[in-house]
Ligand binder design. Sequence first.
Ligand code: ZN
Length: 308
Amino acid sequence: MEKILFLKGEFVEKIWGGDRLKKEFPYQFKSENIGEYWAISAMKDFPSKILNGKYKGESLDLLYQNHKDLFGDEKKENFPLLIKLIDANDDLSIQVHPDDEMAKNENSYGKSECWYILNENQAKIIYGLKTKGKKEALDLIDKEKWDDLLKEEDSKKGDFFKVPAGMVHAIKKGSLILEIQQASDITYRLYDYDRKDKNGNKRDLHLDRSKKALKCLDTEKIHENLGKNTENLYDNEYFTVKKINVEKEISFERKDPYILESVIKGEGEIIVDDEKYPIKKGDFFIITNYCKSYSFKGNLEIVESSSN
Ligand code: ZN
């Protein structure tokens, strides 16, 4: 049975996108406005395709529906996670995502997410609120006092931001990010800097739903410890995210039913039981329930995620 599923994702154009994903990753596309690469996705709009083995060419959403055994007979009806690369060539709008409870109205999972920062250049992130209570936050929104409301943080390679559902946030220009999130595409736009498009129109906002969804949460930015072989970055009710730094070789038992791997730096190989595969920066793959143990060899940085 298949022990490893290499994936090919979809490139998604955004008005704030750019061409950095083809400059900094071994990807090819024509557009100059690619904002997102949906690398590990079973979402209906942009599902990943399997690149190897007997399921080659199949889409991840159908594979998940029809071959739950690969995923340890996962009980969740829909594939629970989504992993993207994001190139922000401009500021994204200030936004917030609903939690599971609120997202039920839209027939979706809620959206907790997190960001591993890849840009070596200094960039900024809007991350949470300066206010302590929700009443104060809503008051500042009504008065459009955005500077009093929004907290800004510096961000650079190796920073990691936890963004639970309800946390107000925005990715700003110059950011290159690996995003791990619940498989949901529901975003409420709170503020768009009053920008207008070339026809003089502002983008739609979702003020009422944003105000309902937002929570005053403690922010938690951390910076990775490159000296560690394996570091836990985030463990919440939906997913666990780890950073793996490979200098020569490192081996693991597969403990989770299936594991999502994102190669963000370097090259080398993965050995799955006794099968060897070359891997490099920009590769994304799933280790299935049929793998017992796996090793990484080479010089690699990998972000490993699993569903909780
Ligand atoms: Zn978001």
